[in-house]
Design a protein around this ligand. Sequence first.
Ligand code: ATP
Length: 372
Amino acid sequence: FAPWADPTERPLIRFENVTKRFGDAVAVDRLSLDIFEREFFCLLGPSGCGKTTLMRMLAGFEQPSEGSITLADRDLAGVPPYRRPVNMMFQSYALFPHMNVERNIGFGLRQDGLPRAEIAARVDEMLRLVQLERLAKRYPSQLSGGQCQRVALARALAKRPKLLLLDEPLGALDKKLREETQFELMDLQHALGMTFVVVTHDQEEAMTMADRIAVMDHGRIVQVATPGEIYEQPKTRFIAEFVGDVNILEGRVRGQQDGLWQVESSSAHGPLTVDDADEVLQNGQAIAIAVRPEKMVIHRGEPPPDALNVLRGEVWDIGYLGDWTVYRIKLPSGAIVRVTRANRSRFVDNPIDWDEQVHVTFAPDAAVILAE
Ligand code: ATP
């Protein structure tokens, strides 16, 4: 059982109806959330949605205006930051300028009075993790922003806290190092049995690392689910558009046939057929349908005779991404849909060309009906 799917499991962290106001501004709005022990949990959302404020309340640097936060069944109200069993790595790294890299990383371990050999071993392990062995003797002023971030990460991890809050921990790293560090973090979290709560606005990062993701918007959580559910079953248009690439087709419900929704849309040749049993819809209701670009198929010439959802269009442009190619297809309505195809072979026979007239189809179960 995953802890969040097991009704007998008690959450490690519980936010109950938490609101945080700064003057008139509501940063966090009546938010409730459970996070379980050993979870790798990501808070994902656009800038200003309240992620950092939520973390700062958990760490004790801000007090909720309303609501409660409990940690292992203990109400945290009035408990100062240093009395909470919570470690936080900040977006601004807050390294000690007069200590070299090694001493920065070992700082918390020295404070805890660990034996010297143990400190040295852990510092070495952390230096390896963040690939800073060669810079161990440098001072923060002699490091780049990305290197400082790696030192701060190493310092936060060195103490092996049970609960670690990380605010944009990989934001200053270049793409390759960020991807490597993502997997290292996951391995470490798993091996040491830590609970991680990570703030990020990078959806790929959240998808890669998280057991579960909470998508936030305007101080509220709009969906909490596994990365796969968030991507495959986004609840709202905001989530569908924020996480991954998506085509949105607008239309009106015409009814149900054989358990599938029939939708009239100006984008399509005939009615669209959508297999989304979760939704309860009225005839005539205006809805939006989300289809991921890799779930659409391009056909040169006529589509297969049994194809259900057929869009007709013209190849508007083509973007080659190495592993994928993106085709932007312009429909007669003027709308553009994006279709991606995996480049499985180095040699493509008969490549699809610019300006070609094509058909695009998708399966009824490739589409998701969105609540607006
Ligand atoms: P980012 O990704 O840019 O860090 P975020 O999702 O972490 O954004 P928060 O920093 O939590 O967002 O801010 C949420 C809202 O609360 C913002 O509108 C912000 O301007 C406001 N806010 C945060 N801290 C304060 C403060 N100390 N005083 C006034 N307003 C604040």
